[in-house]
Design a protein around this ligand. Sequence first.
Ligand code: NAP
Length: 253
Amino acid sequence: MGAPIALVTGGSRGIGRAICHALAQQGWHVVALARDRDALAATAQSIARAGGRCDIRLCDARDRASIERCVAEALQAHGRLDLLVNNAGGGSSARPLAADALPDGEWVDTLDLNLTGAYRFCRAVIPAMKAARSGAIVNVSSVAAHVASNLSGVAYTAAKTGMVGLSRHLAKELGPYGIRVNTVAPGIIASERVAAKYETFSEAERAGMLSRIPLGRIGRVEEVASVVAFLASAGASYIHGALIDINGGLFMD
Ligand SMILES: NC(=O)c1ccc[n+]([C@@H]2O[C@H](COP(=O)([O-])OP(=O)(O)OC[C@H]3O[C@@H](n4cnc5c(N)ncnc54)[C@H](OP(=O)(O)O)[C@@H]3O)[C@@H](O)[C@H]2O)c1
């Protein structure tokens, strides 16, 4: 039997790239998906240099046809799909708009990327996992599912909270087929995108943010990736329907 196959959305940078690395290190054959071909190729090259296996596929997580095509191609290429990590997502890069100022389009785009896309990926992989009577799905939500996020705004908060409901429902429905579904909720993690945003905050704002994190620092992408890799592993074979917080204690407030 060949290596198990992991589909990782948003594998071109940030947390997603770190997840690809962590999984490849554990022996998964990773299929990394995103829109930026060069960045995806960089993920695959660094994994290959480290002795791992990684294919790449261009995919737009806002586009149903693109999602279905990518999943079908991965299945055809490998004959199996053992893990889906729904990581593609993020809030807007600007400071969040007030709820009463948000244009319809931004609401729809944010929900499309962070919630509908994740659902469509699940829908596309479930038949193969059901047929195999095994598989795992890890959804990347956010601390914004617990507390309103002053980093990303109302649409992101709604989408990431929706992802927790999506996971919970799927866990109930798919458990009997041997398919495990879990969610991680990262706090503030220094991907390039978030680190750049963090830099735009004043010293006082940053101090205020850090004062709410008992560990006193923001997180590293590897600190999310290692948890996702664990949830995907045999060591987590009885973890199902769980929501794991990765936030240095931020959510306790
Ligand atoms: N960093 C944090 O503090 C933090 C905290 C909580 C939750 N999260 C969640 O963790 C995940 C990763 O965050 P990150 O900080 O690593 O973000 P990031 O560095 O901006 O990476 C986002 C990833 O999503 C992909 N992506 C974006 N739009 C896409 C689309 N339409 N189709 C396909 N792929 C798309 C990007 O690839 P392309 O641009 O190449 O398509 C990229 O690989 C997100 O779901 C985010 O909401 C992050």
